[in-house]
Design a binder for this molecule. Structure first.
Ligand code: FNR
Length: 370
């Protein structure tokens, strides 16, 4: 593993908000890589909708309430956290910075933030564990061979990850038109998977679909979630749920939490924004069931809106990659600090002393996108 010290850049001039990292990333990144990062599946309608849906929600100020003495603590699976922001699993981080996951994991530790390492990380889960803080979770993609899936789970447990996120919304992933047009070529080898044999190609009968019969062969079902819950003692979160019925079904199967997500628009194009789906999911699982949200968060006000909609906490994907590209570990830590400040300012001006108050806040339509 790379034992070099992390390169700690200066915070670039002109970064006044978390969203500024998106603007600067567009300036410093290779255009094809930026197209890959920005793009959603196919034409990217859902990726755009994620941003528009947040922009269309307003928060009504409530100035005269006492908020001094407030805090941003939240409790997930019985564990108290100082704030409700986590770093989403984002694969292949060496694309964005030479320090790759070492940088984002260090930034997470420095800011009391949970780091979720991806199955598709540039570094192996063991190497990430060696540099990450104790608050680290592992994101699992089911593999076509269940023995391989089991082995990855065992490795994550042995390496001291304290939560397991199974992502279910992208058993196949259609590339972004924008990335294709820009000529982006994705990395082919994944550190976590390189020691396992490649699954054999499947012969198809006439009329069988390559996608439905071939590529979807290893896709997880509700039964596989039951299997996984039996396999691991770690808290199990399912990521990529938008339908209230699916959420309800997962609650009955005993998972520890659900992440309402459309994969940042990188799964089914045309899916609704997560922030538009969260209220119905919250209603279906009840007030106390642990729910997180990602997809489209670019500011602390968006974190506020996600929680007002029904989430207990949020994950940030692209913001992490923007900040990593612009300024490595320091950039990611700075981005999280800005997000927290923006969220706290939104709480202060809307009369919310705690996240429980935020959950009780009604959002209003703004019409910003019209
Ligand atoms: C992702 N995401 C993702 N999710 C996952 O479960 N495993 C993974 O390996 C990846 N890899 C990945 C790479 C890149 C470049 C992006 C942009 C996203 C999805 C990610 O965890 C999260 O759901 C979205 O990024 C959230 O949307 P925002 O915050 O990017 O709008």
């Amino acid at each position: 593993m790379n034992e070099q010290p992390l390169s700690l850049h200066e915070i670039p001039a002109g970064v006044h908000s978390a969203a500024d990292y998106a603007r600067l990333a567009a300036e410093v990144m290779d255009p094809a890589l930026f197209a890959y990062l920005e793009g959603g599946s196919g034409p990217g309608r859902t990726a755009a909708e994620n941003l528009a849906a947040f922009a269309n929600l307003g928060v009504v100020p409530q100035p005269l309430r006492r908020v001094s003495g407030g805090h941003t603590r939240c409790v997930l699976n019985g564990q108290q956290r100082p704030h409700p922001i986590m770093l989403a699993p984002v694969g292949s981080q060496a694309l964005f910075h030479a320090d790759a996951e070492r940088a984002s994991a260090a930034a997470a530790q420095a800011t009391d933030t949970c780091f979720i390492a991806s199955t598709m990380a540039s570094l192996s889960l063991e190497d990430v564990a060696a540099v990450a803080g104790p608050d680290r979770w592992f994101q699992l993609y089911f593999q076509p061979d269940r023995q391989v899936t089991r082995d990855i789970v065992r490795r994550a447990e042995t390496a001291g990850y304290t939560g397991l996120v199974v992502t279910v919304d992208t058993p196949i992933q259609l590339p972004s038109h924008r990335a294709l047009e820009a000529g982006f070529v994705p990395p082919s080898e994944m550190a976590n998977l390189r020691d396992y044999p490649k699954p054999p190609a499947q012969d198809l009968e006439p009329g069988e679909s390559e996608i439905l019969c071939g590529m979807m062969r290893g896709a997880p079902t509700f039964g596989d979630i039951d299997w996984l819950a039996q396999e691991t003692g770690l808290p199990l979160w399912v990521k990529g749920i938008l339908h209230p019925e699916d959420a309800r079904e997962l609650v009955t199967r005993g998972v520890s939490g659900i992440i309402v997500s459309n994969h940042g628009g990188r799964a089914l194009d045309g899916a609704p924004a997560s922030v538009s789906a969260i209220s119905a999911v919250r209603a279906s699982v009840g007030d106390r069931f642990p729910l997180m949200l990602d997809s489209g968060i670019r500011s602390g006000a968006d974190v506020f809106k996600a929680i007002a909609g029904g989430a207990d906490a949020v994950l940030v994907g692209r913001l992490q990659a923007y900040a990593l590209s612009v300024a490595g570990a320091l950039g990611v830590a700075h981005m999280i600090k800005l997000l927290r400040q923006e969220m706290e300012a939104c709480m202060a001006l809307s009369g919310c002393a705690t996240l429980a108050d935020v959950r009780d806040t009604d959002l209003v339509p703004l019409g910003a996108g019209r």
